[in-house]
Design a protein around this ligand. Structure first.
Ligand SMILES: C[S@@+](CC[C@H](N)C(=O)[O-])C[C@H]1O[C@@H](n2cnc3c(N)ncnc32)[C@H](O)[C@@H]1O
Length: 288
């Protein structure tokens, strides 16, 4: 079993976090059923991330830089399992229970342990990931209690409006550009029911120097968004950025955590633990 590891780095520190509300339209947000082609032999991280995809929807051509590919995560899960114990899920369970939640979606579920923890508590759990390797592991272990589905979080989510009482994502929302991150948050709001819970952990801004020690950075793609030598794209979230993404929601928990290394007890990872509730009425912050 592998104790999670995400690192970060980045020698350039540009203050980012332009605090404007999510404004990305679905016309700029690729659908899950329109996966971009992956060129054969296109394996070097620089190549993977330099490719620009052009989307034409509703008459709007959009160019975006791709984030870490499915191949990166398939490679990761080929020889690894990933389980943080109850660290991510345990604090969310009382919130889900007191909200009377039933239908819960997990985005970026990895090998499925957290989805299973929620299912064992009696929630009806759908769990998604981009990695077929991760989903195969998850299905083998927990396919009888969780519905696992291959979904790219960075594309329009294949769920109807107001489908879930809660959406959970643990260290699985940090792969994307600013534009895509805003669109993902808007999509989560769309599929949450009124007064729905959005529960997540994301890399904190001050995780960057910790992560850089063991995950060197190849280059900075955007402020607070880097491409690592290993091929992963990683974003670091300031409190201001988290609050901006959740504009209009009630913030129930916004807690900065420093997680020690399980062997050395040295600071290992810093994250935000966040729980937010959408308004009672259907979100007016729906995409334009
Ligand atoms: C750091 S792991 C966390 C996994 C799990 N949530 C956990 O805490 O063990 C990040 C997860 O996000 C998934 N992921 C990365 N990019 C994704 C994307 N675009 N769409 C869906 N899942 C993605 C990876 O396959 C991986 O399972």
């Amino acid at each position: 079993m592998r104790y999670a590891g995400d690192a970060n780095g980045g020698t350039v520190s540009t203050p980012q976090d332009k605090c404007r509300p999510p404004t990305v339209g679905l016309s700029e947000f690729p659908r899950n059923d329109h996966s971009p082609p992956v060129a054969a032999g296109d394996t070097h991280p620089e190549q993977l991330h330099r490719r620009h995809y052009h989307w034409l929807r509703a008459g709007v051509a959009v160019t975006r830089i791709e984030y870490a590919q499915q191949s990166y995560w398939d490679g990761y899960f080929k020889d690894a399992d990933l389980d943080w114990g109850g660290l991510w899920t345990q604090p969310f369970i009382p919130l889900l229970q007191s909200a009377g939640a039933n239908d819960v979606l997990e985005l970026g579920c990895g090998s499925g342990h957290d989805a299973a923890r929620l299912a064992r508590e009696g929630f009806n759990v759908v769990a998604t990931d981009i990695s077929e390797e991760a989903l195969a592991q998850a299905e083998r272990r927990y396919g009888d209690i969780v519905q696992f589905r291959p979904v790219d979080t960075a594309r329009e989510l294949p769920f109807l409006d107001s489908s879930f009482d809660a959406v959970m994502a643990n260290v699985a929302l940090h792969m994307f550009s600013d534009t895509v991150t805003r669109a993902v948050f808007a999509e989560v709001r769309r599929i949450l029911r009124p007064a729905g819970l959005f529960l997540f952990h994301v890399n904190a801004h001050d995780d960057r120097p910790l992560r850089e020690r063991w995950r060197p950075v190849l280059r900075q793609l955007e402020p607070d968004y880097v491409l690592e030598e290993a091929g992963q794209t990683v974003r670091f979230f300031s409190e201001e950025y988290v609050r901006m993404l959740l504009a209009g929601c009630e913030i129930v928990i916004l807690e900065h955590l420093e997680i020690p290394h399980r062997k050395t007890n040295e600071p290992f990872k810093r994250v935000w633990r966040v729980a937010a509730r959408t308004p009672n009425e259907t979100m007016s912050a729906r995409l334009p």
